[in-house]
Design a protein around this ligand. Structure first.
Ligand SMILES: CCCCCCCCCCCCCC(=O)CSCCNC(=O)CCNC(=O)[C@H](O)C(C)(C)COP(=O)(O)OP(=O)(O)OC[C@H]1O[C@@H](n2cnc3c(N)ncnc32)[C@H](O)[C@@H]1OP(=O)(O)O
Ligand SMILES: CCOC(=O)c1cnc2ccc(OC)cc2c1SCCC#N
Length: 389
């Protein structure tokens, strides 16, 4: 397969896979800032760049609608991600964010937003190196402007703006295979509302199974079972940061979260992210943590249902409570909050609970990528400690 754009980029190339003479680490050295292209890349004449201020209700709504109508769909076009406006503001405003990395493309005539790409700064550890990176996400070209090679221009432009901030690496995921994944993960789904998932055609009644038998199969207790299980609060940030940093050190690639990052990414935020912890009733020590984010999807072409309410496993830490029990409590909370499905990737130690908690494997894969950073051998999903939104 010819990758006319990606073959020009400092990423692991397919031809280099297995070449042990190539060292792990940056592929190209940083450029002197004076040599970084000062002006934006050229767009086709009907279009112009715009910087999207997500704090502006009007601009945030434009971005929301572009993604709602043109962002990622599954292979059977059953679902399309429908990130909420509050989710987008959360995802794009972490500590130290750059507004200039929230890049839109507008049609000059209509002023309509027709494309979008974003970056946010993150410190990512790869083995023992903590690297300043940009996490790239929300790449979207309007359906009517596809296959015009707009994406490479947008990628080059966000790269240029990241370089201007003296950052030379990036992390991103995609459902498509590009040069070259550092690992490939599988989605798993745990039905919470099996009747709805069957009605929309995602799930099918098992052989010799009735609907009532299926509902009973996925039934969960009304409340969490672990003593000391409670919602995370601001006062827990230092303890959760310690717990998380310790636990994440076991993975080859993981975010290097400090207290400011934990406060932003993991404090409960209505309809965006939920986080719970276990505070030991004896000595009030915080021993475990679990979290999931809210990402609804539009259900395409279904007369009865318009939206799928999906929870996505985020960061979980188990030191005293078995991970199986901790995640079962997360499922119970998600069901209480009326989610239809709880999704998880087979990253970190997730494989240890997926089958036992009645997750089923999805047919979609998620490939993880680093830009301008070579990883010697592809990782196993269980070596990956990074969840991108
Ligand atoms: C140091 C800082 C560095 C920062 C930058 C790091 C890198 C960040 C990279 C971005 C990370 C984003 C992560 C992210 O957002 C999460 S993955 C979600 C991507 N978005 C969607 O799937 C939404 C629906 N699809 C679309 O909007 C379009 O199909 C898109 C815009 C995807 C492509 O628009 P199009 O009209 O369909 O296609 P052309 O314009 O004609 O361009 C074709 C070229 O684009 C390559 N392509 C296709 N899909 C891609 C994808 N998902 N990543 C990267 N490259 C992708 C493709 O291989 C080909 O190149 P090749 O000829 O070499 O094969
Ligand atoms: C019911 C299980 O499937 C999903 O939750 C779902 C929802 N919306 C999507 C939108 C775009 C999409 O494009 C790949 C997939 C989905 C999926 S399956 C993969 C995500 C997970 N877990």
């Amino acid at each position: 397969k010819q990758h006319k754009f990606w073959e020009t980029q400092p990423v692991g190339q397919f031809k280099d896979v297995g070449d042990v003479s190539l060292p792990e680490g940056p592929i190209e050295p940083p450029t002197p800032l004076s040599d970084v292209k000062q002006e934006p890349y050229n767009l086709p004449s009907p279009y112009e760049w715009t910087t999207c201020d997500m704090e502006s209700e009007e601009m945030c709504t434009e971005v929301y609608n572009l993604l709602k109508n043109n962002y990622v769909e599954d292979d059977e076009n059953m679902f399309r991600f429908n990130y909420s406006k509050e989710f987008l503001r959360w995802a794009l405003h972490p500590p130290g964010y750059y507004r200039s990395w929230h890049i839109g493309v507008c049609a000059k005539a209509s002023k309509k937003l027709v494309a979008f790409i974003t970056g946010v700064p993150a410190r990512i550890r790869v083995r023992n190196e903590v690297v300043k990176m940009a996490e790239i996400n929300f790449l979207c070209v309007h359906k009517k402007l596809r296959s015009k090679r707009l994406a490479p221009v947008m990628i080059k432009e966000v790269t240029r703006r990241v370089h201007l901030e003296n950052i030379w690496q990036a992390a991103y995921t995609a459902g498509v295979v590009l040069p070259t994944p550092i690992t490939t993960c599988q989605y798993w789904h745990r039905s919470l509302n099996p009747k709805k998932l069957i009605d929309v055609g995602f799930s099918r009644l098992g052989a010799r199974m009735t609907m009532s038998r299926t509902i009973k199969l996925y039934k969960l207790p009304d409340s969490p079972t672990t003593p000391g299980f409670r919602k995370m609060e601001f006062r827990d940030v230092p303890a959760v940061t310690r717990l998380l940093r310790n636990y994440m050190s076991q993975f080859v690639v993981a975010p290097d979260f400090d207290e400011n990052d934990v406060e932003h990414w993991l404090l409960p935020n209505d309809n965006v992210v939920d986080s719970y912890l276990v505070e030991s009733p004896e000595n009030h020590e915080i021993t475990d943590f679990c979290s999931f984010y809210t990402l609804p999807s539009s259900i395409l072409g279904n007369p009865t249902y318009s939206t799928l309410k999906a929870a996505y496993s985020y960061y979980n830490v188990s030191t005293k409570t078995p991970l199986l029990q901790l995640m079962n409590d997360a499922l119970i909370i998600a069901k209480q909050k009326d989610f239809d499905v709880f999704n998880a990737l087979d990253v970190m130690q997730n494989e240890s609970f997926l089958k036992e908690l009645k997750f089923g494997p999805g047919d979609g894969q998620l490939h993880y990528y680093l830009y301008n950073y070579r990883v010697q051998h592809a990782l196993k999903p269980s070596e990956l400690g990074l969840v991108l939104l």
